[in-house]
Ligand binder design. Structure first.
Ligand code: HEM
Length: 492
C-alpha cells in the first residue's frame, strides 16, 4: 500500500488538495445556510482573513467599516456573523439568553480559568453568586481607604512631572494594577513607585499574544512548547508566572492575616463563602484572583487614558467639570482626593466618563457567543447551531439614531439619556455576562478623575495626536503609539 502511494505522481496529491479546497470554498460560499448574509468574499471562504485582521489589531475598526458598508448583519467568517442593530442586543446579551460564550474564551484566561471564561451556564452562575457579594456597593465602599492611598501616590507621581510630558497610559496602568493588586492579592505591586513597570504588566501583554497563537495556530503553539530555547520558554511561561504571582501573594496573605481577618480588601470577601455554597479551593481562589487582577487593570487604565486625552483636547470640559467639583464641600477633600459618596452622583462627571466610554470603550470588540442547539433565526436569517455570533460596542455606540453626531465628544447628550442610548451603550457588556467589576470601576473612574481635575489642568504634549491615539485592539483597546503623553499643570 505504501509503495502504491509513493508511486503516485505528485500531481495526484496536488490535484486532491486543490479539489478539497475547491469543495471547501463551494460549501462555504454557495451551500452554507449563511450564504445570503453579505460580507467580504474572503471572510466567507476562510477564517484566516479575520484572524490576520485581528492579529494586526484592526478587528474592531474593520468590522465597524463593514457594518457601515453592508448593514446590520455581516458574515465575518465561514461560521461567524456580526450584528449591529439594537433588536439583537437583548437576544444575545440578556439575563435569560440562550447564547453562551464561544469556545474562544477557553484560551482567554489563565488556566484553569474562572468566572470570566466559564461557558456552562450553571458553572458560571454558581461562581458569579459566590463572587458577587465581594463586589457589592457596600463592600466596595469599605475598600475606599485602600484605593485613596494609591490615588495619593498617583498625585505625587504627577507632581514630580509638572510641566513636562508624562505618559499617562503607563501611569494609569501602574495605578490600576496597584489598586486591584492590593484589593485582590493583598499585595503591593508598587507599580507607581518603581522605575521599571512591574513584570506582571509585561506578562499580561505576553499572555494576550499567547492567546492569539493558541487560539488560531494551535500547531505552532504546540511546536513552540517543545523548543528548548530559553527566550521561547520564558515567553510561553508568562501564564504560569501570572498564576504564580497569585499563588505566592495568596499564601503570603494567608500567612500574614489568616482567612477571616476582616481586612477591607476584596480577597477577604472572596475567602468567606456564602452560606449556601461550598467554599472555593485554594487553587480556585488564586486562579480567580489572578484573573480578576487581569480583568481590572487594563480596562480601567485604558478608559482613564482616553478620558484624559479627550479632556486635554477639550479644555472647556475641564473648566465645566471643575465648576461642578467646586460644589463639593471642602470637607469632602483630604489630600486632594474626594470622598466617593460626594462625587458619585455628580451629573457632569458621570456624563463625561460615559461619553469617553462610548467613544473609546476599553473592550470595544466582539463579545463572541455561540448559537444554541437547533440554531436561531436572527434578523430573519436562520443561523445554525454552534455559529459564533457577536456584536461590538464600538459600533452600537455609534448608532446614528441613538447618538446623533456619533463621532463627536458631546458629554451633554448623557444629561437626558434616551432609552435607545441606554440600550446601545454597553461598554461593560450586558446581561448575565456583564462586567462584575462595574461598581469598582465606577468608583475608581470617578474618584481618580475628580482628584486629578481638581488639582491639575491638562494639555496635549506635542507628539500626542489623533493618529498616535488611534485605537488598536486585541480584545482590549490601546493607543496605536503605545503611549499617551500629556502635560499637567498644578492649579492653585
Ligand atoms: C472601565 C473598566 C471596565 C470595563 C470597560 C470592563 C468591561 C467588561 C466587559 C465588556 C466585560 C464582558 C466581557 C465578555 O463578555 O467577554 C467584562 C466582564 C468582566 N469584568 Fe470588567 N470591565 C471593567 C473593569 C473591571 C474591574 C475593575 C473588574 C474587577 C476587578 C472587572 C471584572 C470583570 C469580570 C470578573 C468579568 C466577567 C463577568 C462574567 O462573565 O460573569 N472588570 N468587563
Amino acid at each position: 500500500m505504501s509503495n502504491l502511494i509513493s508511486n503516485l505522481p505528485l500531481s495526484y496529491f496536488l490535484g486532491a488538495i486543490i479539489a478539497l479546497l475547491a469543495f471547501q470554498i463551494i460549501r462555504n460560499v454557495f451551500l452554507s445556510p449563511l450564504r445570503q448574509i453579505p460580507g467580504p468574499f474572503l471572510a466567507k471562504v476562510t477564517p484566516y482573513w479575520l484572524i490576520f485582521t485581528d492579529l494586526a489589531g484592526h478587528r474592531t475598526t474593520t468590522l465597524h467599516r463593514l457594518h457601515e458598508r453592508y448593514g446590520s448583519t455581516i458574515r465575518i467568517g465561514p461560521h461567524e456573523v456580526s450584528y449591529s442593530n439594537q433588536d439583537i442586543i437583548k437576544e444575545i446579551y440578556s439575563q435569560q439568553t440562550v447564547f453562551l460564550k464561544a469556545p474562544v474564551y477557553d484560551t482567554m484566561v489563565v488556566p484553569p480559568g474562572g468566572i470570566f471564561s466559564f461557558r456552562k451556564k450553571k458553572q458560571h452562575s454558581q461562581r458569579r453568586r459566590l463572587l458577587s457579594h465581594a463586589f457589592s456597593q457596600a463592600n466596595l465602599l469599605d475598600t475606599e481607604p485602600l484605593i485613596r492611598d494609591h490615588v495619593k501616590n498617583a498625585l505625587s507621581c504627577i507632581n514630580s512631572s509638572l510641566g513636562v510630558p508624562l505618559d499617562i497610559f503607563i501611569t494609569f496602568r501602574r495605578l490600576s494594577l496597584d489598586i486591584v493588586g492590593e484589593l485582590f492579592l493583598g499585595m503591593k505591586f508598587n507599580g507607581l513607585n518603581s522605575v521599571e513597570p512591574p513584570e506582571f504588566l509585561a506578562d499580561m501583554d505576553l499572555h494576550f499574544i499567547l492567546c492569539g497563537i493558541q487560539q488560531n495556530f494551535p500547531l505552532l503553539y504546540h511546536s513552540l512548547s517543545i523548543l528548548p530555547i530559553p527566550s521561547v520558554r520564558y515567553f510561553l511561561s508568562a501564564r504560569s508566572r501570572l498564576i504564580k504571582y497569585g499563588e505566592n501573594a495568596f499564601r503570603a496573605y494567608i500567612a500574614q492575616y489568616g482567612r477571616d481577618s476582616g481586612r477591607r480588601d476584596l480577597l477577604t470577601k472572596v475567602l468567606i463563602a456564602k452560606n449556601d455554597q461550598p467554599p472555593l479551593t485554594d487553587l480556585e481562589i488564586y486562579t480567580e484572583i489572578s484573573n480578576l487582577v487581569f480583568a481590572g487593570t487594563d480596562t480601567t487604565s485604558t478608559t482613564l487614558t482616553y478620558l484624559f486625552w479627550t479632556l486635554a483636547k477639550y479644555p472647556d470640559w475641564q473648566v465645566r467639570l471643575r465648576t461642578e467639583l467646586a460644589t463639593v464641600s471642602e470637607s469632602s477633600w483630604s489630600d486632594g482626593i474626594p470622598a466617593y459618596k460626594d462625587v458619585m452622583e455628580l451629573p457632569l462627571l458621570e456624563a463625561t466618563i460615559n461619553e469617553a466610554l462610548r467613544l473609546y470603550p476599553a473592550a470595544p470588540s466582539s463579545m463572541m457567543r455561540e448559537t444554541p442547539p437547533g440554531g436561531k433565526v436572527l434578523n430573519n436569517v436562520f443561523v445554525p447551531e454552534k455559529t459564533v455570533v457577536s456584536m461590538q460596542c464600538y459600533t452600537t455606540h455609534r448608532n446614528h439614531s441613538a447618538f446623533p453626531n456619533p463621532e463627536h465628544f458631546l458629554p451633554e447628550r448623557w444629561l437626558n439619556a434616551s432609552s435607545d442610548m441606554k440600550l446601545n451603550f454597553m461598554p461593560f457588556s450586558a446581561g448575565s455576562r456583564a462586567c462584575l467589576g462595574i461598581n469598582l470601576a465606577w468608583m475608581e473612574l470617578k474618584v481618580i478623575t475628580a482628584a486629578l481635575l481638581k488639582n491639575y489642568s491638562v494639555q496635549l504634549a506635542p507628539n500626542t495626536t489623533d493618529e498616535s491615539m488611534s485605537m488598536i485592539d486585541h480584545f482590549l483597546a490601546a493607543p496605536k503609539a503605545g503611549k499617551c503623553a500629556l502635560i499637567f499643570t498644578k492649579i492653585n
